[in-house]
Design a protein around this ligand. Structure first.
Ligand code: S3P
Length: 188
C-alpha cells in the first residue's frame, strides 16, 4: 500500500499523533487501534465537542451555523494538540483553517487517511448525523469537499496512507512501521 511522506519539518520525537482526512475515512477506528498499540489516550475531537457542549454536532450546526461549529472546533483543536501522549481523530473539515493546520503540523505527527469518493459515498449512504451530507446530491457534495480539501490534507500531513482497501488492523501496522514509533513512545 502506498505511503507518501512529506517529511519537511517532521517532528523527530512527536509526543502525539493526529489523524486527518475526510468523513468516514476511518479516523476513529484506526485511531482507537493506534492508541491501544502505542498506549496513548484516544480522543475524538467531535465526540469531545459533543460532550462539552452537551448536544450533537448537528445541533451546533443548526443553532450556530457552520461558522459557529468551526470556531468551537478550532478552540478545541488548539487545546487538544498541546496534549502529549494522545491519538487525536480530527473532524474532516479541520484542515480548512490555517491556524488548525499550523497547530496540527507543528505539534505532532500528522497522518492523512486518504479515501476515494466511492468509498466515502458507500460508507455514508445512510448517514443522518453529518450535517454537510444531508439533502441534495451527496456524491457531488463529497466530490466538491474532497477537491477543496485534498491539497490541504496533503500539505498538512507528514504521512499519507490510502485507507479503504485494507483492514484497519493492517493499516495501523503500516502506520506504526512508518512513523517514528520508538521516538513517539519514549517521548510520551
Ligand atoms: C465534518 C466532518 C465531521 C464533523 C462535521 C464536519 C466535515 O467529522 O466534524 O460534521 O466538515 O467534513 P468526521 O470527519 O469525523 O465525520
Amino acid at each position: 500500500m502506498a505511503c507518501t511522506r512529506n517529511l519537511a519539518r517532521m517532528p523527530t520525537a512527536p509526543g502525539s499523533l493526529f489523524l486527518i482526512g475526510m468523513m468516514a475515512a476511518g479516523k476513529s477506528t484506526v485511531g482507537r487501534l493506534l492508541a491501544r498499540a502505542l498506549e496513548f489516550e484516544f480522543v475524538d475531537c467531535d465526540r469531545e465537542l459533543e460532550q462539552r457542549s452537551g448536544v450533537p454536532i448537528a445541533t451546533i450546526f443548526d443553532v450556530e451555523g457552520e461558522d459557529g461549529f468551526r470556531r468551537r472546533e478550532a478552540a478545541l483543536l488548539d487545546e487538544l494538540t498541546l496534549r502529549r501522549g494522545i491519538v487525536l481523530a480530527t473532524g474532516g473539515g479541520a484542515v480548512m483553517r490555517e491556524d488548525n493546520r499550523e497547530h496540527l503540523r507543528g505539534r505532532g505527527l500528522v497522518v492523512y487517511l486518504q479515501t476515494s469518493v466511492d468509498e466515502i459515498a458507500r460508507r455514508t449512504r445512510n448517514d443522518k448525523a453529518r450535517p454537510l451530507l444531508q439533502g441534495g446530491d451527496t456524491r457531488a457534495r463529497i466530490e466538491q469537499l474532497i477537491s477543496a480539501r485534498a491539497p490541504l490534507y496533503l500539505q498538512t500531513a507528514h504521512l499519507t496512507f490510502m485507507s479503504g482497501a485494507t483492514s484497519p488492523k493492517k493499516l495501523v501496522r503500516r502506520i506504526l512501521d512508518s512513523a517514528q514509533v520508538g521516538a513517539m513512545t519514549s517521548a510520551a
